[in-house]
Design a binder for this molecule. Structure first.
Ligand code: MCA
Ligand code: AMP
Length: 515
């Protein structure tokens, strides 16, 4: 059927016989992907949201492409998410079904949903049904849940045109073509790994090889076997920088790459420098948010600029404003980044007030990121306005969410959560806890598991510090009588003044800590 809108994935529509996806031993060409995703798309309804059990697998990539073909907005679910978080996402997004790998055990929170197994068989090949007409570019492609300063995560509704514009602008900035082979080991339930890391190569007609799980050995293997690009969060590049002195194969593999890209958090200049010294290659940083996709990048053909996230991408308007909302006067004056452009989301699902608050009256999105601009226009991020947000391993985590989960523990009288610098994760989650019984406080491992089971493992506290009370100057009591963060805008990085009981980190408390 002909469509008035251009295809999001032209090579898929054309049934091209080139490699598209590789997960370990399993690979699909564009023709095979078109057939598998097309067959699944035929079972989905345009406009009806579908949850995707987003394991780092071929099935997830096929399910997402199927949902996009069908025009069914996809809601990627973190397969490690805990019960409370999944219940919230399912209740809020009300999907008509969940798409999952055959045999995957789904948690109780998804029990009420219709389940559709994702069939990626290529032998015998699935018949390729005619593709449905391309959906309207303004229609929703995804609802991606992202943590905020308060309350549970909000669903950012991402339209198809935002995907197309961000991926095309990145292609222009990085000279990204169908000849590129991207390797990464990012999770597939966030913008970085899924939209940039899977849909990016598919839009170009190139290939993505997913590692299943990040490792320097996997990076070495794939870059030595023809991959040209690497995407990662700073924690991954930090681990690469740490490994390089003793790993000549890794250094050789990286030195052959065309583009190394870091994003989702700031990559320390020290790690930039170590990687460049060992490989001769520089890492390019780009800057984005779930709500805006990607706003700026250092271009692949520009001079290296460690510590900068580069210049606005094509089509993106960016300004830096002072407290009063006016433009900052001097180039080195710190202000908030605000952006406008076709890359932006359309709003938070079911949250009109939050959506309205996120934009200025004239349509600029308030990123909450504080930055300065070099005289030649390069942007340097120097911090965040809402310091109740923690970035750990590239994951955004709201301190309030964790405090609420901790307060559910019977042994916790009061709780506050902060982010502390961490050489590997960028920031680590630290819980400050006033136990009901100071003689027998709940252990750090118990509290970490308590949070991991309800929310997600990456939100668990990495250290627990015990106090006899939360300092009144920094923390306040909520109406429930248990402690809550006093007000937004307080520094989550400023630990409460000391009045501590003995501290316990989860490094020594039996919680897995693999570094
Ligand atoms: C440990 N584990 C636990 C517990 N403790 N599981 C349950 N309960 C516990 N108490 C498990 C973990 O689940 C994990 O399991 C293993 O122990 C190690 O966990 P961890 O130390 O947390 O981390 P890691 O596996 O070493 O991960 C580091 C990482 C990861 C690979 C860098 O943080 C990561 O993938 N980050 C990417 C985040 C990202 O994509 N952000 C993009 C959003 P197992 O071994 O089974 O896994 S930002 C975005 O999209 C915007 C637009 C942007 O700009 O990009
Ligand atoms: P998320 O909502 O998980 O997409 O996280 C978005 C946030 O990640 C932004 O608001 C920034 O604070 C941060 N971020 C993303 N990329 C970078 C980068 N290259 N440098 C510094 N911070 C970044």
């Amino acid at each position: 059927m002909s469509s008035p809108h251009p295809a999001l994935f032209p090579d898929l529509a054309a049934g091209v016989e080139r490699p598209a996806l590789r997960f370990g031993e399993r690979g699909l060409t564009y023709a095979e992907l078109g057939a598998a995703a097309g067959a699944l798309a035929a079972r989905l309804c345009r406009g009806g949201r579908v949850a995707v059990w987003a394991t780092p697998s071929m099935e997830t990539a096929v399910a997402v492409v199927a949902a996009l073909l069908a025009g069914a907005p996809a809601v990627p679910l973190n397969p490690k998410a805990g019960g409370r978080e999944l219940e919230h996402v399912v209740q809020d997004s009300a999907p008509v079904a969940v798409l999952a790998e055959p045999g995957a055990r789904l948690p109780d929170a998804l029990a009420e949903l219709d389940r559709i197994d994702i069939d990626v068989r290529t032998n015998p090949p699935l018949p390729a049904p005619p593709p449905p007409p391309e959906p309207d570019p303004e229609s929703a492609a995804f609802v991606v849940y992202t943590s905020g300063t308060t309350g549970p995560p909000k669903g950012a509704v991402l339209p198809r045109r935002a995907l197309a514009s961000t991926l095309d602008a990145l292609a222009e900035a990085w000279q990204w073509t169908a000849d590129d082979i991207l390797v990464h080991g990012l999770p597939l339930f966030h913008v970085h790994g899924l939209i940039l890391g899977v849909l990016g190569p598919l839009r170009r007609g190139g290939e993505v090889r997913h590692l299943g799980r990040f490792s320097t050995a996997g990076v070495t293997r794939e870059l030595s076997a023809g991959a040209t690009m690497l995407f990662g969060v700073p924690t991954m590049y930090h681990r690469i920088a740490e490994a390089l002195p003793g790993d000549r194969a890794l250094a050789k593999a990286l030195s052959g790459a065309r583009v190394l890209v870091s994003g989702s958090a700031a990559l320390p200049v020290h790690d930039h420098d170590r990687i460049t010294a060992a490989t001769g290659c520089r890492v390019i940083e780009r800057y984005g948010l779930t709500e805006t996709l990607i706003n700026t990048s250092v271009r692949a053909d520009a001079e290296p600029r460690p510590g900068s996230v580069g210049v606005p991408l094509r089509g993106v308007e960016l300004r830096i404003v002072d407290e009063a909302g006016g433009p900052t006067a001097a180039p080195d004056e710190v202000g908030e980044i605000q952006v406008r452009g076709p890359n932006l989301f359309t709003g938070y699902l079911n949250r009109p007030e939050a959506t309205a608050a996120a934009f200025t009256a004239d349509g600029w999105f308030r990123t909450g990121d504080m930055a300065v601009r070099d005289p030649d226009g390069y942007v340097r991020i120097v911090g965040r306005r809402a310091t109740d947000l923690i970035k750990s391993g590239g994951y955004k985590i709201g301190a309030g969410e964790i405090e609420n989960a901790l307060l559910d523990h019977p042994g916790v009288r009061e709780a506050a959560v902060t982010g502390e610098p961490d050489p590997d994760l960028g920031e680590r989650v630290v819980a400050w806890v006033v136990p009901y019984d100071p003689e027998r406080p709940p252990g750090a491992a118990e509290l970490a598991n308590h949070v991991a089971d309800r929310l997600a493992p990456h939100k668990r506290p990495r250290a627990v510090r015990y106090l006899t009370e939360l300092p009144a100057t920094t923390w306040a009591r909520s109406s429930s009588g248990r402690s809550r963060r006093a007000a937004e805008g307080q520094s989550a990085r400023t630990p409460p003044p000391p009045n501590p009981l003995p501290a316990e980190t989860n490094r020594g408390a039996g919680v897995p800590w693999n570094r």
